[in-house]
Design a protein around this ligand. Structure first.
Ligand code: ATP
Ligand code: MG
Length: 169
């Protein structure tokens, strides 16, 4: 792995742009909240990109007609040196009993329903693995039939990000 300083906004916009056609095809609105341009985090660029791809793909795939997906960054209340990246959807949601299991390799909720959507059940196992390797947190919140929020922490490079003073644009 290659840990470097990365501009979080650029990675997120890059991934969202590359998946916009999938969202369009499913008629899902895929949007990004405003993210500070100067927000630098320490992480493996390719791995964080993979995490975002897996989460946004799921948020599109397990959504509902006229649904939406929102990606954003906010302060992490537990630790000022980190931020929380979230991918929120208005999709089918996940039953509480399965939330701890969706990060298991090959685990898919409702295999018959998921079959039509393709996939192997590895996306979230990879996400969990990458965030553990980064020593960062990974959270899943979900309400069946309402939607889900997948989020993870990243560590800011000193003095970058929402809480820091930065030159006016
Ligand atoms: P792959 O990602 O390997 O193509 P997959 O999407 O089935 O296949 P995961 O990404 O690991 O595998 O997700 C595991 C299961 O968790 C999914 O099959 C689905 O049942 C459930 N799931 C994942 N993301 C969401 C979501 N945003 N909303 C509802 N259910 C989800
Ligand atoms: Mg997936």
């Amino acid at each position: 792995s290659e840990i470097q300083d990365i501009y979080l906004r650029d990675v997120i916009l890059d991934v969202v742009e590359s998946l916009q056609y999938k969202a369009n095809k499913e008629e899902i609105k895929l949007q990004v909240e405003e993210i500070p341009k100067n927000l630098l985090v320490t992480a493996d660029h390719n791995q964080i990109k993979q995490v975002l791809i897996n989460l946004v793909e799921n948020a599109i795939k397990y959504n509902k007609p006229d649904g939406s997906v929102t990606v954003g960054v906010k302060p992490y209340s537990q630790d000022e040196s980190r931020v929380l990246v979230y991918v929120e959807d208005t999709g089918i949601g996940i039953n509480q009993q399965y939330i701890d299991r969706v990060t298991e390799r090959f685990f898919r909720v409702d295999k018959s329903r998921s079959r039509g959507k393709g996939g192997t059940g590895l996306g979230l196992a990879i996400v969990k693995h990458i965030m553990e390797a980064h020593d960062e947190e990974f959270f899943i919140e979900s309400t069946p039939n309402v939607g889900s929020t997948f989020s993870f922490t990243l560590t800011k490079v000193d003095n970058s990000g929402p809480a820091a003073t930065s030159p006016k644009e």
